[in-house]
Structures are given as C-alpha cells and as structure tokens.
Design a binder for this molecule. Structure first.
Ligand code: F3S
Length: 389
C-alpha cells in the first residue's frame, strides 16, 4: 500500500506510540485486502464498549491505548453493558458496573463521543451520501451504506478505533464503487406489518456474502433500520440495494448472477418458527435502538391502556432520543424501563432473565447465543398488546 510521507512518519513512531500502533493496524488491514492507499474518513463508530463483550483483556487494551492516543475525527461509541444512570434499577451488579466504568473512562480519554448507541445516525452522527466512514456496528454499517449512501466496510472495534485515531481507513471493499454492485436479486412482495425484521433475517441468509438487490422494497426509515440489522446478523454483507418501482435505473444490475423469489409464506412460516412460548420473563423492544418516531408510535398506542404486569419490559433507546420526547417516555415508563446506553444483547441479561420476547430479527440471532435466552419473536404491536390491557 502506498503511504504518504506523513503516514510513513506515523508508522515509524514519530507522532507517538499510540498513533504508530493505530497506523500499523490500518496498514496490516490494507495489505491483507490489497488496498492501494489510505483515504480520509468523516466519522467513525466504535464497537466493543460493553464489559460483557470485551472482558478484562479489552479493558487493558483500551486503558493502555488511552494513555497514548486520541481520535482525530468524530467518533461515537456503541452501547455499553448498562444504562450509566439506571444500572442498579436494571439489575446490573456493582462489579460489572465498576469494570464498565473503566471502559467508559478509557473511551472518554481517547476522545470517543459517549453516544452509547447503535443508531448514531439518529443521535447526531449521521453521514451524508458518498462520504467515507469507518463504522463497526453491523446494524449501523448496513444502514449507512444502504439507506444513507455513505461508504464503509464492517469494521472491527479495534480497526474503527485505529481509523478514528488516524482519521483515515484503507481503501478496499465497500469504499470502492465497483464493489458495491449487487450480485443477487431478491423479489419480495408487500411485507406484512411488523415482519420487516424477519424479511431482513431471510434476505441475509439468502445473500450470504453477496450484496442483494431488492426491487420494489417499500419500507420506512425505521423499517429499514430493523431490516438491515437482521440482514447483517444472518448474512456476511453490509449493504443492500433497493429501488422503488420508478427508480430502478439507478441500480447497476449488470453483475446479478441469481434471482430468488421470497414469498410472503416464507416470512410467515419463519415467524411461526420463532414464536417460542408465551411465558416470558422479559419483553425487550429497541434492537436497534428505538427512534423518536418509534417511541411516539408506541406511546400513542399505550396512552389509553394500563400495564398488564405480565413480565418485565425494556424499551432500549439512545439518550439523545430519550431526551427529545419526555412526554412519550413518561407514558412508556408506566409499562416498563426505558433504558439508554445499552441493550438486551450487550447487557448481562443472562444473569437476570431466561426467556425474552422481542420484535427484532437481530435479537433472534443474538439473544439465544450472547444472551443465553429462550427467545420468542413477536411483532411490536403484539408485544404492546401483551404488556397492556
Ligand atoms: Fe443495537 Fe444491541 Fe441490537 S447494539 S442493533 S440494540 S444488539
């Protein structure tokens, strides 16, 4: 990979050990993927923020790094393992809290913005179309590439942090226009209400490593958020192309090698297969973190109803969204805990609950594995009905 004179100087340590380590990581990745050069990024999204996912080794890495470097572009942080204010209420123990606080402090001294959300694009860090970024959170990466038209690979936590420190990333993969063309066309009819996450779940399985093209996919921004998150959880690709009926010329379909029909009946049978039981300990909504519109819609449904007191309820969102709609948050709080900074997957849920219901396709992948839960899928409407009367 070609490096500029300044990049060479960083690589030999002339700008400090922290920047040198970050540059070494970027160069190693660039060499593996045969990148020709580093390119500037406008923002980074760093994952690896929960003590549950990074453990003691991760804390040591971050604390060492934080003494030697600082980010040089806007960089926001993924959800933590707890709500920084209501960690006791949500059932997090003091040992976990102490370790999580060390992670928070290390990222703060690195200069990473404490958004603590997987939806940075709803909390102030929203790239524009065509901008190169280095984002690590898989659900945010797919939303940025597919819905916002920004350009990013699915970074790992350390590589996103290295990119944030240098302000650049290696130019390969989805940073190159020629690698963004779809390879498989998937035809889905009208997606039934509440099943967009499961459509993403199936599309990810069909697409695998190939970028799918979904002509006629008509979803709201919130539905794209849920669709892409599930797609990135079951598939290995961080981008899809979609086009409304009058907008098809925009998409380069010349490399499509397979065409697959995805009938609604498959979505319905997946929904049946993921139903699980009705006896939940926890209902968890907000994977990815709820948008302001989603909070408002749920509050509008719940405002004339009463809590059913059937199980615990978590509504997960970012602190920015939480602050933006206090009235609606007040309504939701009658029905459960509205948590910021964290989610049902990266919190230590396994020490609190055994059976969790969610409306998220991504959560159906990770609740049974990372969260050790018996997971049940229901649409948002079905969950709101279940928690109220
Ligand atoms: Fe976000 Fe947690 Fe889901 S990080 S996408 S709410 S697993």
């Amino acid at each position: 990979m070609h490096l500029t004179a300044r990049e060479e100087r960083i690589l030999v340590g002339e700008e400090g050990h922290g920047r040198q380590k970050a540059m070494e990581l970027l160069v190693a990745l660039g060499d593996i993927y045969r990148a020709k050069r580093l390119i500037p990024i406008s923002s980074a999204q760093v994952s690896g923020a929960s003590f549950k996912t990074i453990g003691d080794a991760g804390i040591k890495f971050l604390e060492d790094f934080s003494e030697q470097a600082r980010v040089t572009v806007r960089a926001s942080l993924n959800p933590l393992g707890m709500d920084v204010r209501r960690w006791k209420t949500m059932g997090v123990g003091s040992q976990f809290h102490a370790k999580q606080e060390r992670i928070v402090r290390a990222y703060a001294s690195l200069g990473v913005e404490p958004l603590y959300t997987c939806t940075p694009y709803l909390a102030g860090n929203r790239p524009r179309g065509g901008q190169h970024i280095a984002w690590a959170e898989s659900s945010a990466t797919v939303f940025a590439n597919s819905y916002l038209g920004a350009m990013t690979n699915r970074e790992g936590g350390p590589s996103a942090l290295a990119a944030a420190i240098i302000g650049k990333t290696a130019e390969y993969g989805l940073h190159l226009a020629e690698n963004r063309a779809p390879r498989v066309r998937i035809d889905i009819q009208e997606i039934p209400e509440g099943l967009a996450p499961l459509a993403g779940f199936l599309v990810g399985k069909i697409a695998g490593k190939r970028i799918p093209y979904l002509p006629g996919l008509r979803l709201t921004a919130d539905q794209h958020k849920a669709f892409g998150a599930a797609m990135a959880a079951t598939g290995a690709v961080s981008m899809y192309e979609f086009a409304a009926p009058g907008d098809r010329e925009r998409v380069d379909t010349s490399l499509i090698e397979e065409r697959v029909a995805l009938p609604i009946s498959e979505l319905e049978s997946l929904s049946d297969g993921l139903r699980g039981d009705d006896d939940w300990d926890l209902v968890a909504i907000g994977c990815p973190h709820c948008s302001r519109n989603e909070i408002k819609r749920m509050a509008s449904y719940l405002k004339r109803r009463k809590p059913a007191n059937s199980s615990d309820v978590w509504f997960c969102t970012s602190r920015n969204v939480y602050r933006s709609c206090p009235k609606e948050i007040g309504i939701l709080r009658k029905f459960g805990k509205v948590l910021c900074d964290t989610c049902m997957v990266v919190a230590p849920i396994e020490s609190m609950y055994k059976r969790t219901a969610s409306d998220s396709g991504k959560a159906m992948v990770y609740l049974p594995t990372l969260g050790r839960q018996r997971a049940s899928f229901r649409t948002t409407t079905a969950l709101l009905e279940a928690i109220s009367r």
